[in-house]
Design a protein around this ligand. Structure first.
Ligand code: BJW
Ligand code: ZN
Length: 249
């Protein structure tokens, strides 16, 4: 049986074939082909603001209406768009490997919609609203002067992780554990600039995992990856699944 198939290397197919555990880390790029803008690079600006200027507790304290305007705009986009071929292909990868652990920096919930119900959200979820008074994640009771309020009367914030805030403890622990034990680590659609997520492929590589990157552009991770599959994830991931189907038939 030849393991080589199309653009997917024999080495990667054989690594996946015998992997007991595969960890995947995704970033905003995986949803680019769904029509959601990424944070950095072309189309990464909202009006004239960079993510680093809006996704902070300080920005929210200074101007919560502006920050909520940005999140409402993005929520609308998430709700009116759908997962793409890359999300669906990733959900299929589970069929071909021992265990698949999907770690995502995405806040759009598209992995779950595409069938990866156990995706681990490192940066929260944009559709969640969290009360600053009672701490509960819940429905918006009402909007006043551009701001949402909880049933308890407290103002709400988006249920995401901003710069300077800690990642959810359990999610981060699971991510570190996966990086330490996986035999293949695949980084998809992330600029690999934001920590601690950006550290994960390096941790995995240092423990001997085969590190693969899928991205149309080179990133901070590329020089350290064992394999770089250059291209959009909505094309590369279906090719990968196709190749795995061929070698296992
Ligand atoms: C395609 C494609 C296609 C396009 N197919 N690909 C260690 C060193 C230095 C700094 C730090 C450090 N540890 C912590 C920090 C501080 C900070 C940090 O990392 N700063 C850096 C900017 C230097 N990190 C934090 O503050 C984190 N908290 C933390 O560590 O707590 C403890 C602590 C606190 C304080 C000090 C020290 C420790 C929290 C980070 C939270 C990030 N939050 C955001 C916003 C989420 C909410 C929201 O959505 O609004 O998360 S910022 C934004 O960046 C978002 C993303 O998840 C994250 C990463 O971006 P991502 O996903 O990589 O997107 P892009 O746009 O950068 O890249 C897209 C990629 O897709 C590109 O490469 C394209 O080429 C590619 N692409 N089309 C495939 N079709
Ligand atoms: Zn409340």
């Amino acid at each position: 049986m030849s393991l080589k198939s199309g653009n997917v290397s024999a080495r990667l197919l054989s690594q996946l074939h015998r992997a007991a555990q595969v960890a995947v880390l995704t970033g905003a790029g995986i949803s680019a082909e769904s029509g959601l803008p990424t944070f950095r690079g072309a189309g990464g600006l909202w009006r004239t603001y960079r993510a680093e200027e809006l996704a902070t507790p300080q920005a929210f304290t200074r101007n919560p209406q502006l920050v909520w305007e940005w999140y409402n705009h993005r929520r609308e986009r998430v709700r009116s768009h759908q997962p793409n071929a890359g999300h669906y292909a990733l959900a299929q990868l589970r069929r071909f490997v021992g265990e698949l652990i999907l770690l995502t920096q995405c806040v759009d919930g598209y992995h779950q919609q595409a069938g990866c119900v156990d995706a681990i959200e490192l940066h929260g979820n944009i559709l969640v609203s969290r009360c600053l008074k009672c701490g509960k994640d819940g429905e918006v009771e009402n909007w006043r002067e551009g701001l949402p309020y909880c049933a308890c009367g407290g103002m709400q914030r988006p249920g995401v992780v901003w710069f300077g805030e800690s990642l959810p403890v359990t999610a981060l622990e699971r991510a570190h554990a996966a990086a330490a034990t996986c035999s293949v680590f695949i980084s998809i659609g992330t600029s690999a600039l934001v920590y601690p997520a950006a550290q994960l492929p390096h941790l995995a590589g240092a423990r001997g995992a085969y590190v693969v990157e899928i991205n149309p552009e080179e990133t901070a991770l590329t020089p350290y990856a064992d394999e770089f599959l250059q291209g959009p994830s909505g094309e590369i991931l279906p090719q990968l699944i196709h190749a795995l189907e061929k070698v296992s038939s």
